[in-house]
Design a protein around this ligand. Structure first.
Ligand code: AMP
Length: 285
């Protein structure tokens, strides 16, 4: 069932709740691929009813980011959701979510602002306000759907950590389930933004998973010094790659480390053909 209005979603979910159903929410920005479908499948395996939100959230995009050109494929998304047995696709307009005139405005909307430490590192260093926009829309979705479980991908590892923190700090009654990264056979992590890449760009984009796998191999061989591990990455880069960051931090708290351990995660953001790609790997698994 495709629903566009908050009231309709609330009505259907309230009915489910009175019938005792466990409800799962999978927040997405649409342009669904197998990564999203893995979250939906996990939700179907745990919950009686599954809501997928399909909303390109304007307030998490910076002024020079790709909000306008972000792929929007609602018809295909609906078919995929039907095949997976999704109960509701919630596809609101920005106006339904934020009312009039609030797009990208900090002055007319109550925002959820996670602690500075969490948002001023990794992706947050260049994407100013991004995680405020993410947390704001996710909390709104939690309040609209009131799910028992919500499903997020490790692909956006910093995002899940920040959302878990928000849920804990604000006592939101939802359990966050994190799902593993789905990759192409080549190793490239699936992403809606891969659509922007040429065939050659997709090959160049393999550098992200290569760097991360190499760091993990070196760690498994006994190299723990974070700087030494990061050094191993640079030989993979060519002039096709514009690295924004490569960090090895604690997988639960994002705290910096000087020596990697089994609780570490290596994360990177690299631009290829001016498309910003992110990927990460747990060193301990
Ligand atoms: P997005 O539509 O990009 O906002 O992503 C919606 C959700 O799907 C987020 O929780 C992402 O982390 C997750 N996701 C995106 N790509 C992947 C992937 N390759 N594997 C697993 N989860 C993913």
């Amino acid at each position: 069932m495709l629903l566009h209005s908050i009231d309709e979603v609330r009505e259907v979910v309230q009915k489910w709740k009175t019938e005792g159903y466990k409800v799962g929410l999978v927040p997405t920005m649409g342009a669904l691929h197998d990564g999203h479908l893995s979250l939906i499948k996990k939700a179907k395996s745990i919950c009686d009813k599954v809501v997928v939100s399909d909303f390109v959230n304007p307030i998490q995009f910076g002024p020079n980011e790709d909000f306008d050109k972000y792929p929007r494929t609602l018809d295909t998304d609906m078919k995929l959701c039907d095949e997976e047995g999704v109960d509701i696709i919630f596809a609101p307009t920005p106006k339904e979510m934020y009312g009039e005139g609030q797009r990208l405005s900090n002055n007319t909307l109550t925002y959820v602002c996670p602690p500075f430490f969490y948002v001023n590192t990794l992706c947050g260093k260049t994407r100013i306000g991004h995680f405020d926009g993410v947390c704001t829309v996710v909390l709104k979705l939690f309040n609209i759907v009131q799910p028992d479980y919500a499903f997020f991908g490790q692909k956006d590892a910093q995002q899940v950590i920040i959302i878990k923190k928000m849920v804990k700090d604000l006592n939101v009654p939802v359990e966050i389930i994190q799902c593993p990264i789905v990759r192409e056979a080549s190793g490239l992590a699936l992403s809606s933004r891969n659509k922007y890449l040429s065939e050659e760009g997709k090959k160049d984009a393999l550098v992200l998973s290569k760097i991360l796998n190499n760091i993990k191999e070196c760690y498994k061989k006994g190299i723990v010094d974070v700087n030494a591990l990061k050094e191993t990455a640079y030989s993979f880069l060519t002039n096709k790659h514009d690295m924004e960051y490569l960090e090895i931090v604690d997988k639960d708290t994002l705290e910096n480390k000087t020596a990697a351990d089994d609780n570490s995660i290596a994360l990177t953001a690299i631009r290829v053909e001016n498309v910003r790609l992110i990927d990460n790997i747990y060193l301990g698994e």
